[in-house]
Design a protein around this ligand. Sequence first.
Ligand code: CAA
Length: 260
Amino acid sequence: MTYKDLDIRENNGIVTLTISREKALNALNTPTMLELRHFFTEDAAGRSDLKGVVLTGAGEKAFVAGADIKEFLGLDAESGQALAQRGQDVFFAIERFHRPVVAAVNGFALGGGCELAMACHLRVASEKARFGQPEVNLGIIPGYGGTQRLIQYIGKTKAVELLLTGDMLSAADALRLGLVNYVVEPGAEVEKAVELIEKIAAKGPIAVAKVIDAVNAYFQYDLDGFAREVANFGQTTATEDFREGASAFIEKRTANFQGR
Ligand code: CAA
């Protein structure tokens, strides 16, 4: 696929994926969503040489200011539902990606933008970042997982307030409430995200994928997360990586994992 709305750069096994519709504050329209889907489910799916993905937005103002409101006017109940389902499927593909995906939130993360950041495994925010689910201002509700993931991250009390008022959170408040992992100076968010991915890349890659899978199971109501942890633990004990990790510990050296 030729990407138009995503700027994709790879350096030393880390992809920096920049949503590049700066004039529309990187709002997610259909082509952008299809490109995101293609990247995570086709191009990068299963790539064992990849250390991780940093997701950010072009320009200094916005990470992503939401789903593209201009596309919404022609929607009816059926097409609206289909659009939300597609959005959720794309964001699930990110949440279930086998390598860490870190949102580098450089500005507004509103509506679908906040939902996109929440679908990532970790979030680094610039001091200028603002988070919110302002859909009620438009007379709609979040459709890409916002009513569910916001509660998962910050708890029901504050999540319901934000969902009902459409108010925005500052980066400092997002950190205090547990919505983001780190707040950094403006311009340093991608670097911090890369640092996190590099740190994780030194660990056993199968173990990393199995942690992501087991954590996701906690939030999937048809799965028993504890049972999934038992199964994943068993699978990791059978890997060459585990033999290497345990041997390295005993021999007091750094492990050299091969992802096998
Ligand atoms: N969709 C489409 N275009 C958008 C957009 C969006 N979500 N957000 C911003 N833009 C466009 C504006 O229309 C404007 O374009 P023009 O120059 O062509 O008029 C351009 O980006 C710059 O925006 P503003 O002039 O509004 O910039 P500002 O600095 O005055 O305000 C802002 C910034 C507070 C982020 C404001 O743009 C805003 O409130 N945006 C909408 C946020 C929103 O409601 N997001 C939720 C969308 S619905 C959703 O996401 C549903 C879902 O869960 C799936």
